[in-house]
Design a protein around this ligand. Sequence first.
Ligand code: BV8
Ligand code: ZN
Length: 232
Amino acid sequence: MKIVVLSGAGMSAESGVPTFRGTDALWNGHRPEDVATPEAFRRDPSNVWEFYRARRRNLLDVRPNAGHLAVAGWQDRHDVVVATQNVDGLHQVAGSRTVHELHGSIWIARCNRCGREREDRVAAPADDALPTCPCGGVERPGVVWFGEVLPEETVRAAEQAVIAADLVLLVGSSNLVYPAASLPLLAISRRIPVVEVNPEETPFSGRVSRHMRAAAGEALPRFEPESWNGPN
Ligand code: BV8
Ligand code: ZN
């Protein structure tokens, strides 16, 4: 089977990674406009770097949960593609081999001037100097901020995977952020079965083939894609 997993912050919740809108929400104390936009970075790059380095610190001893591992396990008998809104890299740590990071990666630093990218796992810098590129440009976190376009080839690859899918799993997303939220809509519009895994209702819960009101770490290990026999 060709399976596509579309994941959001809820996928990593049981690993201890705060979601964006839950009670422990990531944005608590921070308005997205203050820390996740190009304007915020222009205005106060140190504040933005502190927000991302604090998240890296939280991620240092975080491990994939049973949900990530279940998705990786399906690869030994299915063609599995993951398209995630998450920037934590946990799907890859769990062993998923095809992961499209729609919103980039928190583990990348990108030069604001020449665009050079490098892996950067610094969570607590020795000083609060801004990371700079050999070209002299200031580096920024390699993520997609609000008001920024998503990497075109990544979006196209995710769309192609959805169009070719036999089954789409929509896991742990509030389905509020576009254009990522247009991927499940693409499957729904083409009558491709979509199974949503989310303890809460989302704007798409009434339109998917099945909504499993459960946590990813509980539902995914016991979900058998091959036994998916349509909505019930
Ligand atoms: C763009 C990376 C345009 C950085 C992120 C008005 C209407 C429509 C759109 C817009 C609008 N105004 C502005 C826009 C565009 C905007 C947008 O969609 N805004 C929303 C808020 C309305 N989008 C953009 O700006 C995008 N770019 O549009 O560019 C453009 C076009 C041309 C030229 C120039 C520009 C870029 C968006 C990307 C922003 N970057 N992240 C970082 O991580 O720091 S967004 C970030 O928030 C995440 O990546 C993710 O996408 C989003 C959070 O959503 P979720 O992942 O769903 O997480 P959330 O906490 O919301 O929900 C968690 C869910 O999990 C819940 O449902 C919960 O019930 C569930 N859950 C909890 N526990 C579990 C669980 N599920 C399963 N198991 C559990 N255990
Ligand atoms: Zn540079």
